[in-house]
Structure formats: structure tokens, C-alpha cells
Design a protein. Structure first.
Length: 386
């Protein structure tokens, strides 16, 4: 009769001791792709090596240093080995259970970007990238490409707010590009059906120019709720190319029938015209008109009832137009100390740094009796990077 794995393990223990037995066990688990068993074996090996009981009953925090650190390092190394073996076996959810404690998200994000999504792994990739925060923009892209625009917009509104601004901006740009592409394709198809030839342009404004019939009888070429949501989300974008696409979406939207001209929140109550001005100014169109419009919106807003949204949009527009000194002055004028903001515009301290005008900030802090703000400005001004 051939020896069983138990016989082999027992023989290794008798001939080579615990080290030999545990190494054989680790090899068997690895060869059998039982990476959870391999993980537990690596921990047993570490405890054996460190002179601890094989079954450790003492809480880790009760171990004295340096022993505690050695046990922690062994645990992390076991996590790293099992995690990447599971990842390479496309067992992504199981892998993440071990990779999470490592805190090496950039490495996981890089590996995730190399994975081709399939029906079998898509949910796991989205969960790790988006819900777990490893690569939020990549996770959003997977949702947009595989679950559609409606799900992507819902995901943006429910998930992206807890991630960094840069991740949000990347996701917003993906959404704008996708909706612009979908709308352009649908317009070209409609035009080709009526004119017997599809126009050779991707510009929405060129496609709709001189073709009022595209909008007759309340016609539309893309889900109008997706259109308005994408325009709203595009506010955080600063890339001129994407802003141009967003502006073209507003030019289409403003031509839609009255049924689709829904009211938004101030200062974007007239959704498409107001967003159109906001985007247009940032690509060099209607700059004075846009500044005047959003200044007026900010000045007439009731802070107690409407909050600082209008003022923040106005200040943000000035920043993006590189009118930094003016933006700082208007921030101070329109947003009193202590007022709660939405976070759309930078804080007055951040703006003082952008404008390189800490003296203005310090003077305002004196006037407002803001000792904490004064200290922050004083220290920021003295930083070597300044």
C-alpha cells in the first residue's frame, strides 16, 4: 500500500522534526492550490521558528517586543504569499482578504489594471477597485463599460464622493466622454437616415447646426436624465478637452423641448444655459458674461437658506480662469468665517497659497478674530515650500 499524506507527514516529523514536516505540508498545500492551508502553515512555521506554541492562545498585543513585531512580520509575509498566489489564480475576492492588511494598494491597483474583465470576475474587480477603494476610477470605468450609463451615474453619486478629488475627476471625464460618444453616434445615425449620408464629424455642435428638425416633436437622441446628470457631474472637470465635450452636451441640451428643460439647483437652475456658460468660459468663450452671471448668482444667494454653493461656483470659476487674487478677495467677501461650505471651492487658506498672498489672509484673520486661521496662515507662509 502506498503511503498516505498523513503517513508522509508523520515520517517527516520523525526523521526531520517539525521543520521538515511543516515544509512538506506547505509544499502540498501550494501544489494543491490550497492557499488558505498554505497561509495557516506559514503561521505555524513562524511560531515554531520563534519558539511559540503552535496554537497561539496569547493575544498578539500581550507579546513583548521584539517578539510581537516578528510575529506581525511573519503574518504579513504569509498574507503576501497567499494573497498573490490567489490573485494569480484569478481568485480575486479571496486574494483581497490577504492583500488588504498589507496596505499595498498601488501594487494591487497596478495588477487589477492588467486584468481583462469577464463575466466571471467583473463583480469581484468592481468590488475591490471601487467599494474597497483600491482603484476607484478604474472601478467606475468597469461599471460604465459593462453595466451602462445609468448604473454608472448612480455609482458616481453613491460611491465616488468618498474617494479623492482626482479619482472623481477621472471618473467624471470618463462619463462625459462616453455620453458625448453615444449622443454623437445617435445623431449621426438619425442624420444619415434622413440625408442618406452620415456627417464626417464628432462635434455635437456641428451635427445639430442647421438641423432644427432633430428636435421636432420633442425628439431626443440620448436619455435626457443621463444627459443632465452628466452635465452636472462635469462641473469638477478641468481638462479643456473634456470641458469642450461637456459644453457641446449643453448646447444639445438647451435645444431640447420644454418638457426636458428641468430645473436644477442654484446657481445652475437653468441647467443647460448655466452649465454652458460655466464650461464655455473655461475654454475661452463668453468669459465676461460667465463671470458676471455667476457673480450675480453668488451675490443674490441667501446664505441662510441656500448655503454657499453659488459663491463657491463663482470663486471656482475665477480660480480656473487664473484670476487668483480676485478669487481670494471674493471668497473673503462672500463666505464669512465659520460658514459651512460644500467643499467645491478651496478653503481660504488653500486659496491664499494658490494666490501666494498670505498677507491678505493674515489681515482677514485679524479682522475676524480668527486666531486658529491666523496661526495656519503664519505657519504656511513660513514653510520651506512656500
Amino acid at each position: 500500500m502506498s503511503a498516505t499524506p498523513f503517513d508522509e507527514l508523520e515520517a517527516d516529523f520523525e526523521s526531520g522534526g517539525a521543520d521538515a514536516a511543516l515544509e512538506r505540508l506547505a509544499k502540498r498545500f501550494r501544489d494543491d492550490a490550497d492557499f488558505h492551508g498554505l497561509f495557516d502553515t506559514r503561521l505555524m512555521q513562524a511560531r515554531q521558528r520563534l519558539g511559540l506554541p503552535i496554537i497561539l492562545t496569547t493575544p498578539l498585543e500581550d507579546l513583548a517586543e521584539p517578539l510581537r513585531g516578528q510575529v506581525e512580520n511573519a503574518y504579513l509575509e504569509a498574507c503576501r504569499e497567499a494573497g498573490w498566489l490567489l490573485w494569480n489564480a484569478s481568485r480575486f475576492r479571496e486574494a483581497w482578504m490577504y492583500l488588504r492588511p498589507l496596505g499595498e494598494n498601488p501594487a494591487v491597483a497596478a495588477a487589477l489594471n492588467q486584468i481583462e474583465p469577464t463575466e466571471e470576475n467583473l463583480a469581484s474587480l468592481v468590488e475591490i477597485a471601487l467599494q474597497e477603494g483600491v482603484a476607484p476610477a478604474r472601478g467606475f470605468e468597469l461599471v460604465l463599460r459593462n453595466y451602462g450609463t445609468c448604473n454608472a451615474i448612480t455609482t458616481f453619486d453613491s460611491e465616488m464622493g468618498r474617494h479623492s478629488r482626482s479619482q472623481q475627476v477621472t471618473a467624471a471625464a470618463l462619463l462625459v466622454r462616453q455620453l458625448h460618444s453615444d449622443l454623437g453616434a445617435n445623431l449621426r445615425s438619425d442624420i444619415a437616415g434622413r440625408e442618406n449620408a452620415a456627417p464626417d464629424t464628432t462635434s455635437i455642435t456641428e451635427l445639430i447646426a442647421g438641423r432644427d428638425w432633430l428636435f421636432a416633436d420633442s425628439s431626443y437622441h440620448v436619455d435626457t436624465s443621463h444627459l443632465s446628470a452628466s452635465v452636472r457631474i462635469a462641473r469638477i472637470v478641468e481638462d479643456p478637452e473634456v470641458l469642450q465635450l461637456a459644453w457641446e452636451l449643453t448646447e444639445y441640451g438647451r435645444r431640447l423641448g420644454a418638457t426636458f428643460q428641468l430645473r436644477g439647483d442654484e446657481p445652475f437652475a437653468d441647467v443647460y444655459p448655466s452649465h454652458g456658460l460655466f464650461f464655455a468660459a473655461q475654454v475661452g468663450r463668453q468669459v465676461d458674461e460667465a463671470v458676471a452671471f455667476f457673480r450675480n448668482q453668488a451675490e443674490k444667494a441667501n446664505l441662510d437658506e441656500e448655503g454657499t454653493a453659488a459663491a463657491e461656483v463663482y470663486v471656482t470659476l475665477l480660480i480656473r480662469l487664473r484670476r487668483l487674487g480676485e478669487a481670494l478677495d471674493e471668497h473673503i467677501r462672500l463666505m464669512p468665517a465659520g460658514v459651512r461650505t460644500t467643499g467645491f471651492a478651496p478653503t481660504v487658506l488653500e486659496l491664499a497659497r494658490l494666490a501666494d498672498n498670505y498677507d491678505r489672509l493674515l489681515a482677514v484673520c485679524r479682522d475676524r478674530n480668527d486666531l486658529l486661521g491666523f496661526a495656519a496662515g503664519l505657519l504656511s507662509k513660513a514653510e520651506p515650500t512656500h
